[in-house]
Design a protein around this ligand. Structure first.
Ligand code: ZN
Length: 160
């Protein structure tokens, strides 16, 4: 597996938690993937931003991945979250990564979102988007399993 996961920003402990959580999600959600390039950015979100995490396809070098679904992603997460929320939001964003990899979710040329075969406009309420419903439905189970199986310890030592 050619897995690259860069984590920028945040504290040493947050970086450790991010690497551990991402590793868990990759093994759980797409264990057979051969190539993946993730940029995780732990940052301060603007006060007027309701979101606490983002996931987007990072297409700066799409020629790396000709004729495959996206393999390069940028995930942004708020550095102000408590530990459980931090892991939960990372799990949520990794469900979106899974959706892009499996091409359940795609961006259309006009910048809208397509879920399976149906196009959703920008005006679709957030919680009516099927990709959000799936991510919210899965994030808690992923959080619990991540805690159980990865032995996350907050001393900052990475056992992986
Ligand atoms: Zn989401």
């Amino acid at each position: 597996m050619d897995l690259s996961c860069r984590v920028t920003g945040g504290t040493k402990v947050q970086k450790h938690i991010a690497h551990t959580t991402i590793g868990f999600c990759v093994r759980k959600l797409f264990p057979s993937i051969r190539k993946l390039d993730l940029n995780i950015c732990i940052k301060k979100f603007k006060a007027d931003d309701d979101a606490i995490g983002y996931c987007q396809v990072d297409t700066c070098e799409p020629f790396d991945y000709v004729r495959t679904s996206p393999r390069r992603f940028k995930v942004e997460i708020s550095k102000a979250l408590d530990l459980m929320s931090f892991i939960r939001v990372l799990c949520h964003e990794m469900v979106h990564v899974k959706q892009f990899i499996k091409e359940e979710l795609t961006d259309t040329d006009s910048g809208q979102s397509k879920w399976k075969s149906k196009v959703y406009s920008h005006n679709t309420p957030y919680m009516d988007c099927p990709w959000e419903k799936e991510a919210y439905k899965q994030e808690d189970a992923l959080l619990w399993e991540c805690l159980l199986t990865t032995q996350i310890n907050i001393s900052g030592e990475n056992k992986e």
